[in-house]
Design a protein around this ligand. Structure first.
Ligand code: HEM
Length: 391
């Protein structure tokens, strides 16, 4: 009997359905094949929360450090693609500004300013597409600020990002990457080198360069950029979609903005901006009902784990008062837990509160319904909204 015969639900699962609307299929898999072999994926998919945690905690058995990891092939080794001591060595120099207090002190006023500026530009129109006109530009501005790259504005950072993402996607799809990604990465590296050579500033890159070689600083800068744009755009857009799509829950939040943090966690739980993370088995090992072979791809479905009814009763319900929404795994877990989770939360909270306070009767455009989409990065392709314009 082949491995595919042992996992009939996995064999019937297509990547297309996981990209479109995965939740019913993930629920079936979680109930009957919580670690399942998906021939279309060429790997295992883990959908139960306890097993997902096990994989992400045990980096000695389930590593990110594998030549198939596409990001590392474009930007070189970084904290995202290393494990063990090398991972710690790459990650530690970047930790300080992302701690909760440092995030508040270092970023809150910048985020408020940027949010204010973006909303002021949108306000008179009475309608907008908030993913590209608001969430995306805010995410880029905050990452640019966090990196402290001398001389690189948001447009430059965005163009590097687009080129690097294209190359990573080409490699993931099994194609040869075009030259754009390498060229963009070379420009980013030169900007990192210039920033470090200028020295003296409070740039994160300058302090990291005291502990890492310059190419290592550049690789991690690329990963911070890579990690901070698409995911944060998704986080803000999905949270808006969830809130505006549930007027009863929105009314609760409007009556008490303290509930906004719960609403954000609940949105991350239902649609984590990055729906999966990949690991590779270092040795033969058992995981739940499955026997994993050395070298196998093990994909953790954060979206699946986040709707595990053993932890989240009535898991498909959006409930801003859910007591344990904070147990969601959108920022992963273990050594690779998102370094900037506090920053992303602060950014989303400020963004949502300002939008709700400043745009009266903010609502979804009823003629342009939308839903999250995507295998890895999940968000609506556009989020059209309306509000009562002052004029
Ligand atoms: C300012 C925004 C952000 C920045 C700068 C950022 C940066 C990073 C970095 C550098 C890592 C690698 C950590 C490591 O490997 O040790 C990481 C991991 C991760 N981040 Fe973020 N991130 C941001 C926002 C987000 C958001 C909004 C989400 C999801 C909603 C997210 C989800 C993740 C996940 C799932 C991982 C783990 C990847 C893995 O285990 O393979 N991040 N992030």
């Amino acid at each position: 009997m082949s491995v595919a015969d042992s996992f009939p639900l996995g064999a019937a699962t297509t990547l297309d359905e996981l990209a479109r609307d995965p939740h019913a299929r993930l629920a079936q898999l979680r109930a009957h094949e919580p670690v399942s072999w998906l021939p279309e994926l060429g790997g295992w998919l883990v959908t139960r929360r306890d097993l997902a945690l096990h994989v992400m905690r045990d980096a000695a058995t389930f590593t990110v450090d594998d030549p198939r990891f596409s990001t590392a092939r474009v930007v070189g080794p970084s904290m995202l693609s290393l494990d063990g001591e090398q991972h710690t060595r790459h990650r530690e120099p970047f930790n300080a500004p992302f701690r909760p207090r440092q995030v508040r002190d270092g970023f809150a006023s910048f985020i408020e300013q940027e949010t204010g500026r973006l909303i002021t530009a949108l306000e008179p129109a009475g309608a907008a597409e908030l993913r590209r006109a608001f969430a995306g530009p805010l995410a880029v501005a905050v990452v640019t600020e966090a990196l402290g790259l001398a001389g690189a504005g948001t447009d430059t950072v965005l163009s590097w990002y687009d080129s690097i993402v294209r190359s990573v996607s080409d490699i993931t799809a099994g194609h040869e990457a075009g030259p754009d990604g390498a060229a963009a990465y070379a420009e980013l590296r030169a900007a990192v080198e210039n920033t470090v050579a200028d020295g003296g500033s409070s740039s994160l890159l300058v302090s990291a360069a005291g502990r890492l070689a310059l190419p290592e600083v550049a690789s991690n800068a690329a990963v911070l950029m890579f990690g901070g744009i698409e995911t944060t755009e998704a986080m803000i857009t999905n949270a808006l979609l969830h809130l505006l799509g549930h007027p009863d829950q929105l009314a609760l939040v409007r009556a008490d903005f303290e509930l906004l943090d719960g609403a954000i966690d609940e949105s991350l739980r239902l649609e984590p901006g990055a729906a999966v993370v990949d690991r590779y088995a270092v040795c033969d090992t058992a995981l739940g009902p499955a026997t994993i072979r050395r070298g196998d791809l093990v994909t953790v479905s954060l979206a699946g784990a986040n709707r595990d009814p053993a932890v989240f009763p009535d898991p498909d319900r959006f409930d801003v008062r859910r007591g344990n929404a904070r147990l969601q795994l959108a920022f992963a877990h273990g050594p690779h837990h998102c370094i900037a989770a506090h920053l992303a939360r602060l950014e989303t909270r400020i963004a949502l509160q300002h939008l709700l306070e400043r745009l009266p009767a903010l609502r979804l455009d009823p003629d342009r319904p939308t839903a999250p989409h995507g295998l890895v990065f999940r968000k609506p392709s556009a989020l059209h909204v309306q509000w009562d314009s002052p004029c």
